[in-house]
Design a protein around this ligand. Structure first.
Ligand SMILES: Cc1cc2nc3c(=O)[nH]c(=O)nc-3n(C[C@H](O)[C@H](O)[C@H](O)COP(=O)(O)OP(=O)(O)OC[C@H]3O[C@@H](n4cnc5c(N)ncnc54)[C@H](O)[C@@H]3O)c2cc1C
Length: 428
């Protein structure tokens, strides 16, 4: 049994960003992830680094935060981001145009009017039936790269990261959570780890972890969303319909494909739900209104994931529930010490959310270190690790040779993904 300053449950972007923040402040966190890193919602999202414009009218708080984080992540995690830019295209809801521009201005989201003909020249696959175009600073973020970079820098700063280790129980002493029971899914054994504080960053599974502490009423609404993959890159930029956020209004160019999304429906159990059959038709209708070619090309596959949204008791419309985040301090809420839970947020705002969590944790532990993640560039694993290091770590010579041979070739991207996975699961 080991002892750490902080235990983090969940290896999605939130848990990894918290681990990074704490390690950078000189603490020794340990992170447990029941599967592979980013195997939860973070690995099955829409791919968008929000400019904030999507929420400018309905959710100004979330919009402003996205705008700030968009700039920070482009600065510190450039190797995980394709700075595509984005267009909001006005198709039907003429009355939304003024509200949209006003909302962007109020949330300090940079926008620029673009001439429709110019936009159609730039994005020739767009439906020509558009009335106005506004350019925003949307971008594409590759979650696996982001996660592995966070994991790598955390390890370099002394954190312990354990994929395939599932938290199956919380250990308490009186009113205090003092550690976790862990199932090592590789060696099939159960062990215990002690920690001064435990941070639950288990996304849609956070309610299940809270239940282990006897807390039944964590305020989370589980809202699933479906995305459809078009096996063709249809645009340079992210394309959004200019209207109140609803189903099927964004197409994200992700590598060589395009992702149409998303939908929103409340579910009970993140381990047991199915994609509603009508989602395929809905995303086809909405997606092909943006790019008519989608009707001809079709979808190669569908996937889905679950948003752990902050519950607003009176609100039942899933699109009206805020995308903001909250940190539940169970000492104040439930008289249980040593336990905090992160709920809500976006992949775009994971760093900001982690900063707030780390501030709470440090305050409780009496640590007076401030956050440094805003100005700390994340290492690109492909540059941070030399071939010599790979050799020292025992990587087979033949594999190192193949990596070297493919550097600079068209296969390099694929190779990078393999290397990312290997880095994530090895003990750097
Ligand atoms: C359909 C959809 C589309 C989205 N698109 C975007 C987008 O384009 N841009 C954007 O910014 N945001 C987007 N989001 C939001 C974003 O994906 C999430 O806010 C973010 O990924 C949440 O990360 P997380 O780390 O909190 O949760 P997760 O990524 O779900 O991580 C939680 C982790 O905890 C692990 N875990 C669970 N139980 C245990 C246990 N007992 N022990 C150990 N580990 C455990 C899980 O395996 C999982 O890996 C989208 C969300 C959805 C649902």
């Amino acid at each position: 049994m080991g002892r750490h300053d902080v235990i983090v449950v969940g290896g999605g972007v939130t848990g990894l960003a918290v681990t990074h923040d704490l390690a950078l402040r000189g603490l020794e966190p340990i992170l447990f992830e029941k599967n592979d890193l980013v195997s939860g919602t973070s690995g099955k999202f829409h791919g968008l680094l929000h400019s904030g414009a999507r929420y400018a009218v309905s959710d100004p708080e979330a919009a402003y935060e996205c705008a700030i984080e968009n700039r920070i992540l482009k600065e510190i995690a450039g190797h995980c981001i394709e700075n595509t830019g984005g267009y909001f295209v006005l198709m039907d809801e003429e009355e939304y145009y003024d509200a949209f521009k006003k909302g962007c201005k109020e949330s300090q989201i940079p926008i620029k009017d673009v001439d429709v003909d110019e936009a159609l020249k730039e994005e020739p696959n767009l439906n020509p039936r558009i009335n106005a175009v506004v350019e925003v600073q949307d971008a594409v973020i590759y979650a696996y790269r982001f996660a592995v970079s966070l994991g790598l820098v955390s390890k370099m700063n002394g954190a312990d990261i354990r994929p395939y280790n599932e938290v199956v129980g919380l250990i308490s002493e009186g009113k205090r959570i003092v550690g976790v029971k862990v199932l090592d899914r590789i060696n099939n054994r159960i062990y215990e780890e002690r920690g001064e504080m435990t941070v639950v960053a288990a996304g849609p599974w956070s309610g299940k972890i809270a239940e282990m502490a006897g807390i039944q009423n964590v305020r989370i609404v589980l809202t699933a969303g479906t995305m459809a993959v078009v096996p063709h890159r249809l645009s340079k930029r992210v394309i959004n319909k200019m209207r109140a956020p609803s189903d099927g209004d964004i197409v994200v160019p992700y590598g060589s494909v395009s992702i149409v999304g998303t939908t929103a429906y409340v579910i009970e159990d993140p381990d047991n739900y199915a994609i509603p059959p009508e989602d395929t038709e809905l995303l086809m209708e909405e997606g092909s209104a943006i790019f008519p070619a989608i009707k001809k090309i079709g979808f190669s596959r569908m996937y889905s994931s679950v948003r752990p949204l902050v519950s607003m008791d009176e609100e039942t419309d899933t699109r009206k529930i805020s995308r903001r985040y909250e940190i539940y301090d169970h000492e104040a809420l439930h008289d249980i010490e040593g336990l905090v839970t992160a709920v809500g947020g976006k992949l775009t705002t994971a760093r900001a959310m982690a900063e707030v969590i780390a501030d709470i944790v440090c305050k409780k532990l009496g640590v007076k270190k401030t956050c440094k993640t805003k100005e700390t560039k994340l290492p690109n694993p492909l540059e941070a690790l030399s071939f010599e290091q790979l050799r020292i770590k025992g990587w087979p010579e033949s594999l190192i040779r193949r990596i070297k041979d493919r550097k600079g070739t068209i296969d390099e991207e694929l190779l990078a993904e393999v290397l990312y996975i290997a880095v994530a699961s090895s003990s750097w």
